[in-house]
Design a protein around this ligand. Sequence first.
Ligand code: ABF
Length: 226
Amino acid sequence: MDIVEQKKQVGKYAASLVEDKMTVGLGTGSTVKFFVDALAERVKNEGLDIIGVTTSNRTAEQATSLGIKIVDLDAVENIDLTIDGADRVNQQLDGIKGGGAALLFEKIVAINSKQNIWIVDETKLADPLGGFPLPVEVVTYGVGHLIELFAKADLHPVLRKDAAGETVVTDNGNYIIDLHLDQIENPVELADWLAQQVGVIEHGLFINIANHVIVAGEEIKVLDRK
Ligand code: ABF
């Protein structure tokens, strides 16, 4: 099964887990895009009655255009279930997220959700975490000094640019610094250190957040947090 088929498969599977009357957190990324498509099909064909809270402008536009009702996070008490993608996941079900630059909203939606499920293809499993740049969302003011600090800490920072060479600006008006680390032996320690640095708004280490991870493949695997 190629990667696109795997993404479609888990997207559809995740959509089947959504129940009537749920408030659903909608993540971001190419896998979630298939989930939102499949969820919209259920809304249209089965009359599934849900409301969505999104983690990015991109997902909000897709969901709205497909007829899913979207509300602001502050309009709901909490979210029943959030389905999101991930860039890397280890055996503890901790992960790297934010390759799509939506990590801040993704984390805010996640911590306000009763259940978090990530949908991934097989290429995302990595223990120890690594092999994918770790995104850190930072304020634009003084970004050069933060890059120097990260470089001194051997974190191999690179300010994210788009294909046209322009600095990427997040939905919240911030920059992303990607840390190019081969392996993250102690994600909890790194997450704590990053959270303490002035100018860091959020980082892409999602520790203790996913309840389940659904992995695509010939047979779908559901991994549960122990
Ligand atoms: C998101 O989707 C992320 O945090 C992650 O960066 C991304 C994974 O995208 P894809 O499914 O396109 O690989 O939710």
